[in-house]
Ligand binder design. Structure first.
Ligand code: ATP
Length: 260
């Protein structure tokens, strides 16, 4: 079995005349937190959209656990074991906190959780264990006691935690997180960074992170991949990236304060 959970090979995506991804290649190992950074328009979100099946790449391949998943549909990719959160929170606004997590679990349930009529013994057992796990996940991310609240009634930072619980509910092997600390106070970002490290370690999964908060990136990353204009311009440990000339140039044109 390959030691990479994800392998991006020569990925290309155009939008009209804009080359958002230009032959991008890198790998994500089994376990660890990998961060994707780069200036605005570097291609970070396009990359996530290609991996998660929102966009079909124009060229190149995406391998997940050695299997070619290029061009598969979003739900097929979730079922294979890739879960995602979004830059702009996308919770089901008319559902409770608990229901949002149960929906996230749906791809793993063999029977339809919402079929309450003429339920088999197996279905009842499955529902019971799904509920138990949903409560456990909510406790894990710090939302114990809020299960019956409407998801959108939670403060912003807690909605981000709920998104994490919902993503974990599908039992992923790889978690794609698009700016999990966006809009947070520094103290909240620090707590999320701690939570991400715990999730990676305790669930034994890989995390691929897009993040603009460089304190968080430097704190959590096993490896950092730097994009600029759809290409990888650097890859390495936080210390290696901090001193990389091309990274400094890409962010600041060589002027001003170092971003890292
Ligand atoms: P940011 O940090 O600002 O979110 P990003 O690194 O995520 O930026 P992308 O959003 O992937 O960058 O955009 C890469 C390039 O592709 C940009 O030039 C952007 O304008 C362009 N682009 C992205 N999505 C589309 C689209 N749907 N239609 C046209 N152009 C797009």
């Amino acid at each position: 079995m390959t030691d990479r959970v994800l392998s991006i090979q020569g990925l290309t995506k155009h939008f009209g005349g804009i080359l958002a991804l230009n032959g991008l290649s890198f790998g994500v190992g089994r376990e660890g937190i990998y961060s994707i950074i780069g200036p605005n328009g570097a291609g970070k979100t396009t990359l996530f959209n290609c991996i998660s099946g929102v966009l079909r790449p124009d060229g190149g391949k995406i391998l997940f656990q050695g299997e070619d998943i290029t061009g598969l549909k979003g739900h097929e990719i979730v079922e294979l074991g890739i879960a995602r959160t979004f830059q702009n929170i996308r919770l089901f606004s008319n559902m409770t906190v608990l229901e949002n997590v149960l929906v996230g679990m749906h791809s793993r349930l063999r029977s339809n959780f919402w079929q309450t009529i003429s339920r088999s013994h197996y279905q009842r057992l499955e529902e019971k264990s799904a509920l138990k796990r949903a409560y456990q996940l909510l406790d894990y991310v710090g939302l114990k006691g809020l299960e019956d609240k409407l998801a959108t009634s939670l403060p912003y930072g807690l909605q981000r935690r709920l998104e994490l619980a919902r993503a974990l509910a599908s039992s992923p092997k790889l978690l794609l997180l698009d700016e999990p600390t966006a809009g947070m106070l520094p103290s909240e970002s620090k707590e999320i960074a701690e939570l991400l490290k715990r999730i990676q370690w305790e669930f034994g999964i890989s995390i691929l992170l897009i993040e603009h908060d460089m304190k968080v990136v430097m704190d959590v990353s096993s490896k950092i991949i730097v994009l600029d204009l759809g290409e990888k311009i650097a890859e390495g440990s936080p210390d290696e990236i901090r001193s990389d000339e091309r990274v400094i140039q890409a962010y600041l044109g060589g002027k001003g304060k170092h971003p890292l």
